[in-house]
Structure formats: C-alpha cells, structure tokens
Ligand binder design. Structure first.
Ligand code: SF4
Length: 352
C-alpha cells in the first residue's frame, strides 16, 4: 500500500464508522466478530441473496429464511422443494438450488471453511461470495469486488478499459487499496458508498469522503465510469403456458407441475408449458385437450433471454397427462410460483 492508497482505506473506514447502513445481517462497524457459530451462515445467506438483487428485496426473504432455518444445519435438513418455494419471487433460481447443496456440503465439512480458496469449492460460491464471507464472517484479508466496487474503483483511478475486460485492472487496484485489517468493513463501506453516494447516475461527489482522491471527479465526468462494452440485444423467445383448471371438491383448482431439476427455473413449481426454455421457441403440446381460451401475453426478462409467454386457459374434462398436482386457486399464493408464472397466474385470475 502506498501512502495515498492507505489514506483511501482509512478515510473510507472513518466514514463507514459513522455512516454504515443498519442491515439485519450486519455486525456494527469496528466491532469484534460475533462468537455465535451461526454468524458465517448469516453472512453467506445474505451474500447469496444479494447477488443481482437489491437490499430492499432481500430483507424480507432473509428474515423469512432465518426464521424457518435458523442454522446451516436446519437448512441442510430441509427438502429442496421447500427451499425453492421459499425462494420464489427472488429470481435467479439456481442460487436457491446451490444454497441448499452448499448447506449440505458445509454440514459434511463440519462447518464453513474460513479461507477464500476453500470457500470457492462450495456450490454456488464464486470469487465474490468467497471473498465477502472470508472477510466479513472470518476477518480475513480478502479483496471483495462487486458492482459497487467496480464503480468506485474505476472512478477513483479513471480506468479506461471497458467492462468486462476492465475487471482485471479494477481487481488489481482494489487489492492495492484493501487494508490488511478490517477488510470486511472496508468491503461493506464500499457497498454503502456505492449505494448512497457513488451511484451510477448523479454521484454525490460533494458529500463523498473520497472526492480528494477521485480522478473521475477531477475530470468532471464521473458517470463515464465504469466504461462498458456495448450490450448485445437479448434474443426473444416465444412460448405458451397452459392454465388448466377444474372445479374440485374444495372449489376451483389449477394444474401445476414441478419443472425438471436442471435448466431454467429448474425444480420450481410451474404451469405446464410448451418447452420454450429447452428448445428456444417451444412447440410442445398441452398435457390435455379441450376448449382453449387465449388469456393474453406475459413478458419476462431473464439474464440472457427475453420471453413472451402466451397464457391459454383449458377447462379440464379429464386428468392431464404427466406428473403434476391440482392446486386450490384460493391458495395459489402459497404455491411458490417463480415470478414468470406468478405473473401468468395473475393474468388468468384477473380474467376469471
Ligand atoms: S468523488 Fe464522486 S465519483 Fe468519486 S468516488 Fe466519490 S462519489 Fe464516486
């Protein structure tokens, strides 16, 4: 660390000591690590949930998960279907499958490893989560690079290489400014600075503790950073989902399937569809014949693809083919449908 990079760390940590956000998974700034054996579990759980997801969206899920599964052992002992259902609505469902697999592996290992390299061997734990858990949960020196850090560091050092290539240079610079002590607090300080002051648009440089060190601010164009390679348009897929309903003994019911464990929305409860996710534009047949009614379109964007899903109602006169179950419409909220199918259900219910 040079004198200047050391000043960046100490200045940011001082700012964090008085401006840290109060979050349910946080240890107060500068406080010793909690002796509670479930502390690494809580840090890991929050970091998995926070991937690609806002703090506001994560909070209720984090609290719900901790209430139902207070320790990593409780989560490991859960049924995968229950974990998937509790995750419904949070998106990026492979995270939930990995979460469950990781909990089981941690129990086999006798607890969370504390070293970054060991953490990276766990399911769903990449470079970012390993560094975050090692530093925040175990107080290790680790360089944590998330989107906030990319933004702050690329601005501090006016890094001209567009992402994703620029990430290498950003990581080198992040390593230079990460202190040996309080690396976890330093990572969280950057997350807070990125969320409150160094925002993507209109960064509040006048209030920023690092403004005296920031090359992008001095250039007058902080919003130019991080530079990004032009985005490719997402391919559009089209598909059909069937809303198959009947009058059961307890009122109206809809036919739900559980999607195969691998692939898009794998392991989630869902409406039957024409296979759009596997083959591009679907074309498969409904698991039942009958009179159909077109209910309209649901649009949804996944990481690599946009989808237009036609929702078609069929009133069942017989049992649909394949595996599935009749689900009471009055309890549809408890089915744990992922956002795409929850949208389709809302469309169907609005028209019934
Ligand atoms: S001075 Fe402005 S651009 Fe630079 S780190 Fe602070 S908020 Fe971000």
């Amino acid at each position: 660390m040079t004198a200047s990079t050391e000043t960046i760390a100490s200045t940011l940590l001082r700012w964090y000591d008085s401006h840290a956000r109060d979050l349910p998974w946080r240890n107060p700034p500068g406080a010793p690590l909690p002796g509670d054996p479930d502390w690494p579990y809580r840090v890991w759980l929050s970091e998995v949930m926070l991937q690609q997801t806002t703090v506001a969206a994560v909070k209720p899920y984090y609290e719900k998960f901790l209430k139902r599964w207070p320790s990593v052992g409780d989560l490991a002992a859960a049924e995968e279907a229950d974990v998937m259902a509790e995750w419904a609505g949070l998106g990026y469902y492979s995270r939930a499958r990995n979460l469950h697999a990781c909990a089981r592996q941690v129990i086999e290992l006798g607890g969370f490893p504390s070293e970054e390299a060991e953490l990276r061997k766990l399911p769903g734990v990449g470079r970012y989560i390993a560094a975050a858990v090692a530093s925040i949960a175990f107080g290790k020196h680790a360089v944590v690079v998330d989107a906030n850090v990319e933004r702050i560091v690329s601005r501090l050092f006016s890094i001209e290489i567009p992402l994703p290539k620029g990430r290498e240079q950003i990581t080198i610079r992040s390593a230079e400014i990460t202190p040996r002590r309080r690396a976890g607090d330093f990572a969280q300080a950057q997350m807070d600075l990125g969320s409150t002051l160094c925002a993507t648009r209109n960064p509040k440089c006048l209030l920023c503790p690092l403004s005296g060190h920031c090359q992008a601010r001095q250039s007058g164009e902080p919003e130019r950073y991080p530079m990004k390679a032009p985005k490719k348009a997402k391919p559009l897929r089209k598909g059909t989902a069937w809303w198959i309903e009947r009058h059961g003994s307890a009122g109206k019911e809809v036919w739900l399937e559980t999607r195969p464990g691998k692939g898009m929305l794998g392991g989630m409860r869902a409406l039957p569809d024409d296979g759009w996710s596997a083959s591009g534009d679907g074309g498969g047949e409904a698991p039942i014949t009958g009179e159909t009614e077109n209910l309209g379109l649901v649009r949804h964007t996944f990481t690599h693809v946009s989808l237009e899903l036609s929702v078609v109602r069929i009133v069942a006169a017989s049992e649909p083919s394949g595996e599935g179950q009749w689900w009471p419409l009055c309890e549809i909220e408890q089915a744990g449908l992922p956002t795409l199918f929850a949208k389709a259900a809302r469309l169907a219910l609005a028209g019934s």
